[in-house]
Design a protein around this ligand. Structure first.
Ligand SMILES: Cc1cc2nc3c(=O)[nH]c(=O)nc-3n(C[C@H](O)[C@H](O)[C@H](O)COP(=O)(O)OP(=O)(O)OC[C@H]3O[C@@H](n4cnc5c(N)ncnc54)[C@H](O)[C@@H]3O)c2cc1C
Length: 361
C-alpha cells in the first residue's frame, strides 16, 4: 500500500473519551480522494478498517483495533440552491470531515437557519447521518438533502437520497455497518436567518417563545450552546465532564402494552405522585434514559470521587473518563447502570455509541 503512516498509534488520542488501545496503522485522509484510496487499498489487501471522524461516538477497547484506523479529515463546504418539494431552497454541501459545529456556526453567521438546534455537537459533518444526530427538537433527518457515499463492495461513488439511509431515532442504515463510507453530506437551509420551529420546551422557555414558533437563528444557537454547556455537553479539554461520548444510552422505547407494569414499578420505588416523562414514539412510548438512571439510584458523579470512570457530575446520561480510566472501567460502569435500571424498572437500556472490540457485560 502506498504512503503507510506510523504504526502502533494510540487510538485514545482520537476519541473524546480519550480511551482505546493501539491500531496497527493509521491513514490520515485530508480529502475525499485520499479517503477513497486508503479504504480501497485496505479492502484489497484484506486489512480491517476503522473509520474515525471526531471519535465522539466511539468506545474502543483497551486492546485497540487489529487493523488500520482511517481518519476522515476532508474539510470545506459550499452553498447552493435547489428545488425542495418544488420550491427553490438553499442548501450547504460539506466534505465529510468538516467539523460539524464549525459548519453550523458558519451557516448561522452567513445568515442561514435550520441547523442551529444542532449546535455544539462534536464530531464530523459526514458522521451526522450515521446515527441521525439530534438535539433540542431537531434531527438530521429533518434537514438532510443527500449523502455522497463510497460503496466499498463495488467501489462506486454516488449521491443517495435520505430515504436510502433509513434514518430513525439515533440510527440509520450506516450505523454499525461498514459497507459504505460517507464522503460528503448536504443539508437544506432557510435563507432568512430564522431557526427551525422550536420544538423543545426547555429551549422555548429559554427563548421566551411558544413551542412551534421560530426565532433568530443566532440567538437559538447561543441558547443551545448555553444549555449544552450546563450539562457538560460541549467539549472542553479542561472539563472531565466532557470526556465522554455524549449520551451513553438512547432513550428506551417500550411497547405500550408493557407501560402499565413499568409505571407500577416506578411508582413502587419513587412514589405514585411522581410524574414520569414519557413521549409517543414509533413502536411504543419513549421514556427518558437519564430520568430512569437517576431514579434507579445512580446519581450524578456515581460511583464517587475516587472512581476513574464516573457518571458526569452535570448529567447522569454521560459516562466520563476522569483522566485515568480504561475502557474496561467505562464498560463496567455502563454495565452496572444498564443492569441497575433493568432490575429496578424492567426497562432495558441500549448504548448509543459504536463499540469496537468490546461490549457491555
Ligand atoms: C460531549 C458530547 C455531546 C454529544 N451530543 C450529542 C447530541 O446532542 N446528539 C447526538 O445525536 N449525538 C451527540 N453526541 C455523539 C456524537 O457527537 C455524534 O454521534 C457525532 O455525530 C459522531 O461523529 P464523529 O465524527 O465523532 O463520529 P465517530 O465517533 O468518529 O464515528 C462514529 C461511527 O461512525 C463511523 N464513521 C466515522 N466516519 C465515517 C464516515 N465518513 N463514513 C462512514 N462511517 C463513518 C465510525 O466508524 C463509527 O462507527 C455527543 C458526543 C459528545 C462527546
Amino acid at each position: 500500500m502506498s504512503n503507510p503512516q506510523p504504526t502502533g498509534v494510540r487510538l485514545a488520542d482520537f476519541t473524546t473519551l480519550r480511551l482505546g488501545g493501539p491500531a496497527r496503522a493509521l491513514r490520515r485522509c485530508p480529502d475525499a480522494e485520499s479517503l477513497i484510496a486508503a479504504v480501497t487499498e485496505c479492502d484489497r489487501a484484506g486489512e480491517p478498517v476503522l473509520l474515525i471522524g471526531g471519535g465522539s461516538n466511539l468506545v474502543i477497547s483497551d486492546d485497540g483495533f487489529d487493523g488500520t484506523a482511517v481518519t476522515v479529515e476532508s474539510s470545506g463546504w459550499e452553498y447552493g440552491t435547489d428545488l425542495r418539494d418544488g420550491v427553490a431552497t438553499s442548501y450547504v454541501t460539506a466534505e465529510a470531515g468538516t467539523d460539524w459545529d464549525t459548519l453550523v456556526a458558519a451557516t448561522v453567521a452567513d445568515g442561514y437557519g435550520g441547523l442551529e438546534c444542532l449546535s455544539g455537537i462534536p464530531g464530523a459533518a459526514g458522521t451526522t447521518p450515521v446515527q441521525n444526530v439530534g438535539a433540542y427538537g431537531v434531527e438530521v433527518a429533518d434537514v438532510l438533502r443527500g449523502v455522497r457515499l463510497l460503496d466499498r463492495a463495488g467501489g462506486e461513488v454516488s449521491w443517495v437520497d435520505p430515504s436510502w439511509l433509513q434514518l430513525a431515532y439515533r440510527t440509520s442504515r450506516l450505523k454499525g455497518h461498514d459497507d459504505h463510507v460517507v464522503l460528503g453530506v448536504s443539508f437544506w437551509l432557510n435563507d432568512d436567518a430564522v431557526s427551525a420551529p422550536i420544538a423543545y420546551r426547555e429551549l422555548a422557555r429559554e427563548l421566551g417563545v411558544e413551542p412551534g414558533q421560530r426565532a433568530d437563528a443566532a440567538l437559538v444557537r447561543a441558547r443551545v450552546l448555553g444549555l449544552r454547556a450546563g450539562k457538560g455537553m460541549v467539549l472542553d479539554p479542561a472539563d472531565h465532564d466532557t470526556w465522554s461520548a455524549g449520551s451513553f444510552f438512547t432513550n428506551p422505547i417500550v411497547p405500550a402494552a408493557d407501560l402499565p407494569d413499568i409505571l407500577a414499578r416506578i411508582a413502587a420505588r419513587v412514589g405514585a405522585e411522581t410524574s414520569v416523562p414519557q413521549f409517543p414514539a414509533d413502536g411504543g412510548v419513549k421514556l427518558s434514559a437519564g430520568w430512569l438512571i437517576e431514579r434507579a439510584g445512580f446519581v450524578r458523579g456515581f460511583p464517587g470521587d475516587d472512581a476513574p470512570a464516573r457518571l458526569s457530575t452535570k448529567h447522569t446520561l454521560a459516562l466520563t473518563n476522569r483522566g485515568s480510566a480504561t475502557t474496561a472501567d467505562l464498560v463496567a460502569l455502563a454495565t452496572t447502570v444498564r443492569d441497575g435500571v433493568r432490575d429496578a424498572f424492567g426497562v432495558q437500556l441500549h448504548p448509543e455509541p459504536v463499540f469496537v472490540g468490546c461490549a457491555l457485560g
